[in-house]
Design a protein around this ligand. Structure first.
Ligand code: ADP
Length: 260
């Protein structure tokens, strides 16, 4: 078995892209799988995926306003999510593997080495590792709580060159584009203001709704470790394609360390 020399990327896809009306958004998932099948020719690709709760809800109408209900849904939905991926990657004759991680796995050196080796093995055999947070038995202290930060940790632990976050927006704006029509996209950013990282979901705030803060935290984590993150649209994959296949930055925000 020879070590792969390809550049390594982590792709994270969020709930907004993967689910629709409490169901898996099948067409968007198919587009993502096609993208990854093509990227595999030039990159080693690790996928971090959300969507287990949504997939669970498609089968089981439990109360998702309560934490235990969400965990029960995640437990039901994770295999549904994985079988959807398996079926779609199968069209390209590609195999998949499920890796469930918690924050604890990154704290323990032994456990980190273990999952690093498992992921390397998958990549060497052209299997797509599909990672999600193991939020079924984990307590709040053991979990990231969002896949943005999980994917940033995965990118570092696997020594990836880039994290690509696919979301429901074209990039990072100077204010929430869903609330402010005059919001302007920021094409490139080398430092995230402390105030932006400290924001929480309060109603009067331009950064308030959605998960932009967790994406900024993920970017900050990576940039401090000399790594890049690209945030772009997961509904329309043309910005991701331009950047990843041709190195052309059309839409999307590139977070990169100052000296990169
Ligand atoms: P995902 O499910 O892909 O992780 P989220 O809904 O958690 O997506 O986060 C993306 C959302 O963050 C956007 O849809 C947007 O409403 C919100 N948002 C808030 N402030 C900003 C901003 N400054 N730039 C971009 N998006 C923002």
């Amino acid at each position: 078995m020879t070590e792969s020399k390809l550049q390594r990327i982590v792709i994270k896809v969020g709930t907004a892209v993967l689910t629709e009306n409490n169901n898996i958004a099948k067409e968007r998932m198919m587009n993502l799988v096609t993208l990854i099948a093509n990227l595999k020719k030039i990159y080693d690709v690790i996928l971090v995926t959300s969507g287990a709760v949504g997939a669970g809800y498609s089968a089981l109408k439990l109360d998702k306003s309560k934490q235990i209900g969400r965990k029960a849904l995640a437990a039901a939905g994770q295999p549904i999510l994985m079988s959807s991926y398996k079926q779609k990657f199968g069209i390209y004759d590609m195999d998949t593997a499920q890796i469930l991680l918690t924050e604890d796995d990154f704290d323990s050196r032994k456990r980190t080495i273990m999952f690093q080796e498992i992921i390397n093995t998958h990549l060497n055999y052209d299997i797509v590792p599909i990672i999600n947070e193991n939020d079924i038995t984990s307590t709040p202290e053991q979990s990231f709580g969002d896949n943005d930060q999980l994917s940033a940790h995965v990118a570092c632990a696997t020594d990836a060159d880039l994290l690509v976050i696919l979301s429901d927006i074209d990039g990072y704006y100077d204010k929430n584009p869903k609330e402010f029509k005059d919001a302007k996209i920021i094409k490139e950013i080398t430092e995230i203001p402390k105030e932006a990282l400290a924001q929480d979901s309060s109603a009067n705030n331009a950064f308030a709704t959605g998960g932009i803060v967790t994406k900024l935290k993920a970017a900050d984590f990576l940039m401090k470790r000399g790594k890049k993150m690209f945030l772009c649209n997961g509904f329309y994959l043309s910005a991701a394609e331009s950047y990843l296949f041709r190195g052309e930055h059309t839409l999307g925000t590139l977070f990169k360390p100052k000296d990169a």
